[in-house]
Design a protein around this ligand. Structure first.
Ligand SMILES: [Zn+2]
Length: 341
């Protein structure tokens, strides 16, 4: 996809060595143990301390790097507040650890906090069995089903215990951080109640995962809500950002900060249109969600990626099914097939 975005910073900062991207706003990079190998966190000057936006993944590497930031990355000032954009482990994984370390509260939306609490505590065998059944219906067989069972609840291993209470933010909430007001903008489709933060005075958007410059945010159907239509939610959420000014400086959770928000919204929308067209074409023959992976992802997927990919595949199928363009039928063995209407 051609990319006409303007990136004022050509290079990301080294891990644990924050750089200033706007007055009083630091860009902090942390690693991720996946092909997507990093996350951007933001430290915003907040009086005599910092408000931190997102926390990094709960592994030893990130904790060790945080130790270095505590020593010399915070200009001698404490973290006063933690904001998480959403429940994914790279965004909220260390919230409990950081909250305890600094004696501060976690601010996030109610649905994201509830999801994080729920998934981090669910140790039930019934959940794992339901996951196996969900992916079996989508077309997984043999080794893939064994892998699903072995994985169990991976979320629990990627976060430390989520804080037992929250400071709730929601659509239109205004956070006063230092000298700036930040308005909460809610997006859905990537996660249930994703919070982006927009400062109108300086025209800066902390977009979280809702708008990313290079990759398309994951939009997937997951076992918790097998009939969901998250792509419809995601595409509608893109429009929520269109009223922002054309020059908005976007601070995303992955990739480089950029200008060109509206171009990017158009690109993301076009990307899904193209994938929906491919999906519809593939549904000339009856097809499972698993089989559609070969059409949508023309590359080998590792054991981590394949679960995101199947979620994406089902999201495109459900979107078309809800529009009446394809229909679903169930084989005698429970496997679900989709075919053009
Ligand atoms: Zn995410």
């Amino acid at each position: 996809m051609s990319n006409r975005l303007d990136h004022p910073f050509a290079q990301p900062p080294a891990h644990a060595q924050p750089i200033e991207v706007a007055p009083g706003i630091l860009w902090l990079r942390m690693p991720l143990p996946f092909q997507l190998d990093h996350i951007n966190l933001w430290l915003i000057e907040d009086g005599d301390g910092w408000t931190l936006v997102d926390t990094g993944f709960a592994d030893d590497a990130t904790r060790a790097l945080w130790g270095r930031v505590f020593d010399d990355g915070l200009r001698g000032l404490p973290i006063r507040r933690i904001v998480s954009t959403h429940f994914h482990p790279d965004h909220i994984g260390l919230a409990g650890w950081l909250a305890e370390r600094w004696g501060v509260e976690l601010w996030t939306t109610q649905a994201e906090w509830l999801y994080a609490r729920m998934l981090s505590q669910d140790s039930g065998e019934a959940t794992v069995e339901w996951q196996v059944e969900f992916y079996r219906r989508a077309g997984f067989e043999g080794e893939m089903l064994d892998l699903t069972r072995r994985r169990g609840n991976v979320y629990r291993s990627r976060v430390v215990p989520i804080p037992v209470s929250l400071r709730r933010i929601g659509a239109g909430s205004i956070l006063r951080i230092g000298g700036r007001d930040w308005t909460v903008i809610i997006g859905t489709g990537h996660s249930p109640e994703h919070a982006s933060l927009y400062c109108a005075e300086d025209d800066i958007l902390i977009s979280g995962d809702q708008v990313l410059p290079k990759i398309s945010p994951i939009v997937g159907v997951w076992p918790q809500e097998p009939e969901a239509n998250p792509l419809q939610c995601f595409l509608a959420s893109l429009d929520v950002f269109r009223p922002l000014p054309r020059g908005t400086f976007v601070l995303p959770s992955h990739g480089l900060p950029f200008r060109g928000l509206h171009e990017r919204l158009d690109q993301l929308s076009c990307h899904h249109d193209a994938r929906l067209a491919e999906t519809l074409e593939a549904c000339r023959d009856s097809i499972t969600g698993k089989r559609l992976l070969d059409v949508l992802f023309r590359r080998p997927l590792d054991d981590h990626q394949v679960f995101f990919a199947i979620g994406e595949s089902l999201a495109h199928l459900h979107y078309l099914m809800n529009r009446g363009e394809i229909q679903r039928e169930q084989r005698a063995d429970g496997v679900q097939l989709f075919r053009k209407t």
